[in-house]
Design a protein. Structure first.
Ligand code: FES
Length: 108
């Protein structure tokens, strides 16, 4: 099972095994990682699953998956950066084994 490394804004790090086909938001929620809320359950309507993809992984993960994601990223509580993504839109594949995501200070 691929491992995702979640780094909280305070530096706390969590290595979580996330099943293939699952998304990065649920991987955090199911394992009580602070820093991702996922209020809409992955319905692409809340932006409380904002994360920053580590620089080493941005090419592999790619940019916003859709126009809707792009628009939601404009309204995140914490600063939007070029490596910002909504974690519910990042689906885990073998290619993302070892993925590192940084969590913003706040989702509200
Ligand atoms: S969980 Fe709501 S947009 Fe990702």
């Amino acid at each position: 099972m691929p491992t995702v490394h979640y780094i909280e804004a305070n530096g706390a790090s969590h290595a979580i095994d996330v099943p293939l086909g699952e998304n990065v938001m649920r991987g955090a929620l199911y394992n009580n990682v602070d820093g991702i809320v996922g209020e809409c359950g992955g319905g692409l309507s809340c932006a409380t699953c904002h994360c920053y993809v580590d620089d080493a992984w941005t090419a592999r993960v790619g940019g916003p998956a859709s126009k809707d994601e792009e628009e939601l990223l404009e309204g995140t509580a914490s600063e939007t950066k070029p490596n910002s993504r909504l974690s519910c839109q990042i689906v885990i594949s073998e290619a993302l084994d070892g993925l590192v995501v940084h969590l913003p200070e706040s989702q509200y």
